[in-house]
Design a protein around this ligand. Structure first.
Ligand code: NIG
Ligand code: FE
Length: 408
């Protein structure tokens, strides 16, 4: 039991199964049976057994419902217009993602739609999507740019992402200008120079960028090109992360580790011998089973090596119109277990504490610990493993964001 204030709390939840995910509680999931959590001024101020819970202005006795940290979706491309169901059909008929991309479809198809869309139109679409994520307990969300690829549209996307901050959810914005080569450029090096000299500094000066990402791939950018972008990001004091080793081994994760990247994401083709470099850099391995599933990929990420080297593993939706049109973090938890053989505990940690780590936010969110933000989810299940087990059950009872319930 821990406490940092003695005066009366704003709210206390009692009679809960508390999956704290706190590393200092040794039980699986950091579980406290019949636990209580006290909130004051939007922060967690007390965690312990129900029978010792202090008095509060409002007490909610939960009758055994589960409380977890709010879910953290640390990798999404949530702002875009249009959809790519036509490519989904083509891929099922055997056309590859790479071929679609080389023929001007794929990411470029979404770029065309997103450039045409207005700020308000994009914000409307994004708001609807955020509502779905919140309905499954998400309280922190990363949103990337990368469907603009020019000054005007990249900035529009980042502004839309920030516009989502009024939706009672934490938003981290990521600059993904290095997602694909836009039609205005026929030279990838010249485009990277434009990103480094113009687009990224301008977007950053407007306060729109929390981090910098790139797509390091044969159909994206080379490791050396991304490295130039990361040098610029570092100059601007921005943390980096990378779409690495999704379709082939480009040694992108190794390069990103050299910049102490927050995360390397996808990593199906990461070689086990490159895992120690990721560990040493303190970089999180972000696993994206939704993209693995939609791409009908068969190469699994090096989960055993990641475990052996104790690399923190996160799970995210990668919500996007091309490779992962899945707006369901709970389905992703299930896929993390069924497709990648994560344990349900690893999966849930991946979408809470380690998701927060992947955003550099784990001192603030990601677990139920005194001092952190009171962002939590209340579920109608008896045990945390059920969050990975059911698909389509909508078990969320309520969401707590900065100490306030969505539904009072
Ligand atoms: O995470 N691989 C690059 N980026 C996305 C897909 C983007 C798209 O196809 O629109 C991903 O898989
Ligand atoms: Fe992605």
């Amino acid at each position: 039991m821990t406490s940092i204030v003695s005066n009366m709390f704003d709210m206390v939840f009692t009679q809960a199964q508390l999956a704290t995910l706190s590393p200092s509680i040794k039980a699986p999931y950091g579980l406290i049976d019949d636990g209580a959590v006290g909130i004051k001024d939007g922060r967690i101020v007390w965690v312990g057994p129900s029978d010792q819970a202090p008095k509060a202005k409002i007490t909610h006795a939960l009758g055994g419902a589960l409380i977890t940290p709010g879910l953290v979706d640390c990798h999404t491309h949530l702002v875009f217009a249009g959809n790519r169901a036509d490519e989904f059909e083509a891929r099922l008929e055997g056309v590859s993602y790479e071929d679609i991309s080389r023929q001007g479809g794929g990411i470029m198809s979404t770029v065309r739609n997103t450039r045409e869309a207005s700020y308000d139109g994009l914000l409307d679409l994004a708001r609807g999507r955020v509502a779905r994520l919140k309905a499954e307990g998400v309280t922190s969300l990363e949103v990337k740019s990368g469907y603009g690829l020019d000054l005007e549209c990249e900035i529009k996307m980042l502004k839309v992402a920030q516009g989502l901050r009024s939706e009672l959810i934490d938003i981290e914005t990521t600059f993904l200008g290095a997602h694909a080569l836009p039609p205005e450029f026929d030279d990838a090096d010249a485009y990277i120079a434009f990103l480094c000299d113009t687009l990224l500094p301008k977007a950053n000066a407007l306060g729109l960028v929390d981090g910098v990402d790139g797509f390091c791939e044969t159909i994206g950018f080379t490791t050396q090109q991304i490295e130039r972008l990361f040098i610029k990001a570092t100059e601007l004091n921005l943390p980096v992360k990378l779409h690495a080793e999704q379709l082939s081994d480009q040694k992108g994760a190794r390069m990103a580790a050299g910049f102490k990247a927050l995360s390397v994401d996808h990593i199906e083709y990461l070689q086990p011998e490159d895992v120690p470099a990721v560990k040493q850099a303190g970089t999180v391995a972000v696993l994206l089973p939704g993209a693995f599933y939609y791409m009908r990929e068969t190469q699994l990420p090096p989960i055993e090596a990641l475990r052996r080297h104790d690399v923190p593993m996160a799970l995210a939706t990668d919500f996007n119109p091309g490779t992962s049109p899945i707006l369901s973090p709970l389905t992703i938890l299930n896929m993390g277990c069924t497709l990648f053989r994560l344990t349900p505990e690893e999966a849930l940690k991946g979408m809470t504490l380690n998701g927060a780590k992947a955003l550099g936010r784990d001192r603030e969110v990601g677990s139920i610990e005194v001092g952190k933000k009171a962002d939590m989810a209340i579920w109608d299940v008896g045990h945390p493993s059920e969050l990975c087990y059911w698909v389509g059950q909508a078990p969320l009872i309520n969401r707590i964001y900065q100490g306030a319930l969505d539904r009072a």
